[in-house]
Design a protein. Structure first.
Length: 461
């Protein structure tokens, strides 16, 4: 049996009744968080430009953050861009990227058109999440380090699997969906820090949905499209750099969405900076460190994480999201890192630029025993004293240790405040808490329609 066929059998066999309370809890967390960052992202230039070019055909699916509706493929594309553009969306270990942004824009657009139930949406979401992360277990981290953007190149399989599940495709047509996804997978890390990065996610969400819709009508792909000598695994990774055994060794034991789970970002910047920001904020607040007393800040993270975050001179707001120097300077000087710090020309702020000169970013030493997602920071003060500490992972990023619900809801409210009233945001959070009881997704999606339009968003509609 081929990889695609084996995965298809597992996708088709996934049942709501088999999902654990923890898996469902994390699914609701991922849903609320993704909708929040997608609404906030809809106000960004990349999302506005995309809406000018795409989404011109009216349809049943809501374009998040707007009052517009488009047909599902266009909505998946536009909402995928919006969900990822702020780099504020959730993460998970084995994927090496953002698991929900590829899946949910496609899944919710299809579900809204088909009047699917909340229970069916959660089941499809978990199945899609499991598909992309099992592939990640087999190809990472060679796949990531080679230069592919796994959120897109693996996320397309998550989107395709979730859509196939919601469409109730059989084993054969689900396998064809995955085979078609293999031919449409794309996304290079060379475009991180530009609008090309969220474009990857919009493209893969739309393409995964397209693959499932085509397969539903009888469009075919080769069952061995993944392991073929010229298939996805050989072309994207290469001989000896992947493991089919790892891809197929487990399914739902436990569900990947539960363990290691979803890491929710508290700060709207790269995943690799979440732990360093947690740590420097703790040090600055506990020791009442004032910027004018600081001689330098020694920040150490893993070499893998430093490779894409050592950006001492970010040239755009998107670039600043991946700049260790910029993000830690903001945390040092303002004791917070917020969405406003990445709006417009905020990255050019003179005081922040001056503080960036204090940040000495480097990799852990060879003898380091620090966790891959951890950090070590020492703040050297002008009087010669030092304060420092270490952290293994950011708050809410431990396996099976989700971000506390109050912090999650506060993040959603902060993300949606430009589009929704606090009362509406609270109502949405309440509806997601009982998402399985929804008989028809359409009523829920109407809650996401903006109470008012900002001038910037209105101009693009």
């Amino acid at each position: 049996m081929t990889v695609a066929r084996e995965l298809a059998k597992r996708i088709v066999g996934t049942r709501y009744e088999e999902l654990t309370p923890g898996a469902l809890r994390y699914a609701r967390i991922g849903l609320l968080d993704t909708l929040g960052v997608g609404i906030a992202g809809s106000r960004e230039d990349a999302a506005i430009i995309a809406r000018k070019i795409a989404g011109r055909t009216a349809g049943a699916a809501l374009v998040w953050g707007t009052t517009r509706r488009a047909e599902p493929l266009e909505a998946a594309f536009l909402n995928g861009i919006a969900a990822n553009v702020l780099d504020f969306d959730d993460c998970t270990d084995n994927l090496g990227g953002h698991p929900s942004a590829p899946i949910l824009p496609a899944l919710l657009a299809l579900a809204e058109e088909r009047s699917a139930s909340g229970r069916d949406v959660l089941t499809a979401y978990v199945a899609g999440f499991e598909t992309e992360t099992q592939l990640g277990r087999g190809v990472n981290f060679h796949h990531y380090e080679k230069g592919w953007h796994p959120t897109a190149t693996l996320g397309i399989f998550g989107a395709g699997a979730a859509a196939a599940k919601l469409l109730r495709l059989d084993d054969q047509r689900t396998a064809h969906t995955l085979a078609l996804c293999a031919s449409m997978a794309a996304g290079l890390k060379s475009n991180l820090g530009s609008m090309g990065k969220p474009l990857h996610i919009g493209h893969c969400s739309r393409s995964g949905l397209l693959a499932a819709l085509l397969a539903a009508e009888g469009f075919t792909g080769n069952d061995d499209a993944l392991e073929h000598p010229q298939g996805f695994l050989e072309v994207f990774n290469g001989p000896g750099t992947y493991s089919i055994e790892r891809i197929l060794e487990k399914w739902g034991t436990p569900w990947e969405i539960e363990i290691p789970g979803i890491a929710i970002k508290q700060y709207p910047c790269c995943l690799s900076m979440q732990a360093p920001v947690d740590l420097i904020l703790r040090l600055v607040c506990e020791h009442d460190v004032r910027p004018d007393r600081v001689e330098r800040v020694l920040a150490r993270i893993s070499q893998r994480r430093l490779a894409h975050t050592n950006r001492p001179d970010p040239r755009s707001a998107l670039d600043a999201k991946l700049s260790m120097q910029y993000v830690l300077a903001r945390a040092l000087t303002e004791r917070c890192v917020t969405l406003e710090h990445f709006e417009g020309d905020a990255f050019k702020d003179p005081a922040t630029r001056q503080a960036m000169k204090l940040i000495d970013a480097a990799a852990f030493g060879d003898d380091s025993v620090h966790a891959e997602m951890g950090a070590a920071i020492t703040i050297v003060l002008k009087d010669g004293s030092r304060v420092g500490g270490t952290i293994d992972h950011a708050v809410g990023h431990g396996a099976g240790q989700p971000l506390p619900q109050k912090l999650l809801e506060a993040k959603f409210t902060a993300c949606s405040k430009g589009n929704l009233t606090p009362q509406r945001s609270e109502k949405i959070a309440g509806a997601i808490a009982d998402f399985e009881a929804l008989p028809d997704l359409r009523a829920f999606m109407r809650l996401l329609e903006p109470a008012r339009k900002s001038a910037r968003v209105a101009a693009a509609q």
